[in-house]
Design a protein around this ligand. Structure first.
Ligand code: AHR
Length: 342
């Protein structure tokens, strides 16, 4: 791998520099490039190319901010980000551009899971390590990426079932009562959608009185979430629960429910189970619109930096790392909101 090919040359260069300079503490960041002479920009910085999904949600904005605040010039990075506007083909083009630019690391937040083998094979052939973040890819060749860090989306789906059990119990709804559910799904084919949909379906099977009326994608955006919810409300007059696979679609659903003359939240007609737990969702829980929120943590910048630092130091890293996540109920939102980082 490129990093190992270069390590010996880099260590030698640093030792020569230190002995010539007569100092014991060289703070200049280490370059990945063995062809560096020590005078061009690459010798001073680690070049990170970040292929982002888009700007579809509050979660995504917090994720972008975390990356931008981590990979700063002041800390010795050259950072470039491409916003792929939720298009997998734009992400593939962006990876090819970063290969052309000979970046030191490609960080990929994949929009959908399928179709990465060819382009990641090209990155591998170019000797550029790929770190995958947030969602995952489908591949039979794990050598195509160096490491992945993100959420256990299936566990989030399981957690949503437990959360709904707790909410229904707190509302005094008996186990025998039929519960009509609709799901606002995220971007179809993305790990966040697949994991949450499958995890929820698997665990809800234990509840014979829960009925899934419909599932449809709102593409993780508020606008589409609202549109889909409007059409659900027209088709199904008796919805009890909305499972909304992210907060922004929940915000759209709340608007649609209120516009239809119905109520939602802990004291309302319709229970809303959401995912992400962004700041605005805490506000919606405090306002009484959302019942419960399954956390999805977007603060991946420092996690990716830790991986890059370890790789720069020639250390091995965990191939797969899951982030710890929690579940938050409306009744606790006011006491927790002040402690939230996003
Ligand atoms: O992949 C994480 C998901 O993507 C978040 O739940 C969602 O808000 C975002 O768009």
């Amino acid at each position: 791998m490129r990093i190992f090919k270069k390590t010996a040359a880099v260590i030698l260069a640093i030792m020569m520099f230190m002995s010539l300079a007569g100092c014991g503490n060289n703070k200049a960041p280490v370059s990945n490039d063995s062809s560096d002479t020590g005078t061009d920009e690459k010798s001073k910085s680690i070049y990170v190319g970040f292929v982002q999904v888009g700007a579809e949600s509050d979660w995504r904005m917090a994720n972008t901010k975390s990356m931008q605040e981590t990979f700063t010039e002041a800390k010795g990075y050259k950072f470039e980000m491409v916003d792929a506007q939720q298009k997998t083909d734009k992400q593939i083009t962006a990876i090819r551009d970063f290969i052309q630019k000979d970046v030191d690391y490609i960080v990929l937040a994949p929009n959908t899971e399928a179709g990465w083998d060819t382009v990641l094979g090209e990155a591998k052939a170019a000797g550029i390590p790929v770190i995958i973040v947030d969602r995952m890819i489908q591949t039979n060749d794990n050598s195509l990426f160096t490491a992945w860090v993100g959420s256990n989306f299936k566990q989030e789906g399981y957690d949503a079932v437990t959360a709904l059990e707790n909410v229904l119990k707190s509302k005094g709804i008996p186990d025998t009562q039929e519960i009509n559910i609709v799901t606002l799904q995220g971007t179809m084919g993305s790990s966040a959608q697949i994991g949450r949909t499958d995890g929820f379906a698997e665990k809800m099977a234990a509840h014979k009185n829960w009925k899934m009326l419909d599932k449809q994608s709102g593409d993780f955006t508020q606008e589409k979430g609202q549109e889909v919810m409007e059409s659900f409300l027209k088709s199904y007059p008796d919805i009890d629960v909305v499972i909304s696979e992210n907060d922004n679609m929940s915000f759209g659903a709340v608007k649609a429910i209120k516009a239809a003359g119905k109520t939602c939240g802990p004291k309302g007609d319709i229970t809303i189970v959401s995912f992400d737990a962004v700041h605005a969702a805490f506000e919606a829980m405090i306002a009484g619109d959302i019942d419960v929120d399954v956390e999805c943590n977007p603060l991946h910048g420092p996690r990716v930096e830790k991986l890059i630092k370890a790789l720069e130091a020639g250390e091995s890293v965990d191939k797969i790392a899951y982030v710890d996540e929690d579940v938050f109920y409306a009744k606790d939102a006011a006491s927790i909101i002040g402690k939230r980082a996003y």
